[in-house]
Design a protein around this ligand. Structure first.
Ligand SMILES: [Zn+2]
Length: 589
């Protein structure tokens, strides 16, 4: 009897040993930040079946996990970090449009931006729009100014152009006005179609109480075909992989209808072609119909059901938001004074929150100002008394001017806060409108001190760029894109803290904080070899960081320079005139 037990123990031991010696991938000779504690680095990481199975020094890991089939990747002393996770990005919507957009993200001069516009116009076929949709502002340009409508008309006289600037303004060239047949009678609620002294549209659209003129116009521009959208989504995901992103949480968005506009990502997920783990939220689009939509969805949509064929937690619904009802849309146009939410807000929002809590549906709510958050919290607390939240995952998005007492209330209700670097793009405008802030906006330092879950992200792409390293730069400096010191220096985050918010911090927002965000045994093998050492380079150089090699679920999804031969094959960009084909996405140089 004893002998049999001993034998089976031996067999089990041998099986375990051989199971260990077959890592699919080993990265060795690296400067690997485990992100478990500040300053902890190892040399090697072994990956099997999409999971980290070992970390340690190169010699030990190679001896223990290498066999003849193991793919060995020499990190050559480079820094390796866990894959980044953007906890608030509009990735599904941007996937539908990316290939149709000329992006000025990272462009250093207005001169170059205008050249790109002109070049793109020359190759754009008749009837197709040239559009620049967010991701830029004048402070990134050496000239420190926006283009004028006259310059845009001069650069592109014969094809329609549409350029959006933050949430506040858009430029429509003469040809665009003509194509859309905009006249003095073109009116949008809450927005202004600017007229010249003869009563003709100048081409400038301004958001006042709402950005309706801007986004309704955008919806009238060129839309990609189904096939192009599949390609566009793949290209956009690949571009995000280029900056080390391996997970994204989609905050839904205006014009992003469920389930129709999620269909492209779903199709790719089912084919195993999505190269980021994607969690998404649902956002009712039609004013005064919101309750009906959520009621339908809580009964028909299964949360946390993975639709990605090859990727654990690869594509799944998380809950409701970031907007729950139109009357609670807390518009963040820092070109205009703050707008008081409607008196109907409570009556609209309360039944929806009750419905969600009752059905254990996590939710997120877009909120910019403390004044709005105060009223939202009153509703949450009231419902919590009837139906305890009891650990239900819920969060505020943005929360730039949340107050100390509101933070206490969020903490008490078990909420989290997803923060983004919107002030990197809008700090100068905020100062003009509201004066210089005397504390950190949003108050991340305080959130962390109180133990509130915080995730970092971009809110890309209509205001901010999607490049996560800009957001990390902002978090560790408190500076805007124009170099203005927006936060008191004492509040800036350490590099470790900032990266932690972009990894394990964001993972909380899809309930995956035990599975990803660190390089540790038992975590997802989502890893990035960086071109520069994030932890030691001069702070300004953080903005030049990108990935040399990105691994998702143990599989290489992006590779360049010395690792180029390992890069997966990508389909050619379509349509043939796509700006992405000529410029890519973010302009690094
Ligand atoms: Zn938002």
């Amino acid at each position: 009897m004893k002998k049999t037990i001993f034998l089976s123990f031996l067999l089990a031991f041998a099986a375990r040993l051989s199971a260990q010696q077959n890592a699919n991938v080993i990265i060795y000779n690296g400067n690997i930040a485990t992100m478990s504690r500040p300053g902890e680095f190892v040399q090697a990481v072994a990956v099997k079946d999409g999971m980290v199975v070992g970390i340690g020094n190169s010699k030990t890991i190679l001896a223990k996990f290498k066999n003849s089939n193991t793919q060995l990747i020499d990190a050559a002393g480079k820094t390796v970090v866990p894959g980044l996770n953007d906890s608030h990005i509009h990735i599904i919507r941007e996937g539908l449009h990316y290939n149709a957009e000329l992006r000025w993200d990272g462009v250093k001069t207005l001169k170059r931006a205008m050249e790109m516009l002109k070049e793109q116009a020359a190759r754009t076929p008749e009837g197709v729009w040239i559009k620049v949709i967010g991701g830029w502002n004048e402070y990134q340009f050496e000239e420190k100014r926006q283009p004028t409508i006259e310059e845009i008309n001069e650069a592109v006289p014969d094809k329609p152009v549409f350029i959006t600037y933050l949430y506040g303004k858009a430029f429509l060239n003469k040809k665009g006005i003509e194509v859309l047949k905009y006249t003095k009678d073109t009116k949008y609620d809450g927005s202004l179609v600017e007229l010249d002294d003869k009563g003709n549209p100048t081409g400038l659209l301004h958001a006042k109480q709402t950005p309706k003129a801007i986004y309704t116009t955008l919806a009238l521009t060129t839309v990609l075909t189904h096939e192009e959208r599949l390609n566009s989504t793949q290209q956009y995901y690949h571009e995000l992989n280029r900056f080390g992103l391996t997970s994204a949480i989609d905050a839904a968005g205006g014009g992003q209808n469920y389930p129709d506009d999620y269909g492209i990502a779903l199709e790719l997920a089912k084919q195993g072609k999505l190269t980021l783990r994607t969690s998404y939220y649902l956002f009712a689009q039609v004013k005064r119909r919101e309750y009906l939509d959520y009621e339908k969805w809580v009964h028909t949509t299964q949360l946390n059901k993975n639709d990605n064929m090859f990727l654990a937690n690869g594509y799944m619904a998380e809950g409701a938001g970031e907007n729950l009802v139109a009357s609670a849309a807390d518009f963040e146009n820092f070109l205009e004074p703050r707008i008081e939410l409607s008196k109907d807000m409570e009556a609209d929002l309360e039944p929806i929150i009750r419905l969600l809590v009752k059905n254990h549906w996590p939710f997120r709510l877009h909120a910019t100002y403390g004044e709005s958050i105060e009223r939202m919290l009153d509703i949450f607390e009231k419902i919590n008394k009837e139906i305890p939240f009891n650990g239900l995952r819920w969060l505020f998005d943005h929360a730039e001017t949340i107050t100390d007492s509101q933070l206490q209330r969020v903490k008490k209700l078990g909420g989290g806060i997803a923060v983004q670097f919107r002030m990197y793009f809008q700090g100068e405008l905020y100062k003009k409108m509201h004066g210089e802030p005397d504390h950190q906006l949003p108050p991340i330092r305080k959130m962390l001190r109180m133990g509130i879950p915080v995730g970092l992200g971009t809110d890309a792409t209509r205001i901010s760029t999607f490049n996560p390293w800009m957001s990390l730069y902002w978090a560790v400096t408190g500076k805007t894109i124009g170099g203005y010191q927006f936060w008191p220096v004492k509040d800036v985050l350490s590099r470790f803290e900032a990266l932690q918010l972009y990894t394990i911090g964001s993972a909380w927002f899809s309930g995956e904080e035990k599975l990803k965000g660190k390089i540790e045994v038992g975590q997802y093998a989502d890893l990035v070899i960086l071109n520069k050492d994030y932890f030691s380079i001069p702070v300004d150089d953080i903005r030049d960081i990108h990935s040399l090699l990105t691994i998702v679920n143990g599989k290489i999804v992006y590779a360049e320079e010395t690792y180029r031969s390992l890069a997966p094959e990508m389909p050619a960009v379509i349509p043939s005139w796509s700006p992405v084909k000529f410029y890519g996405g973010y302009q690094i140089k």
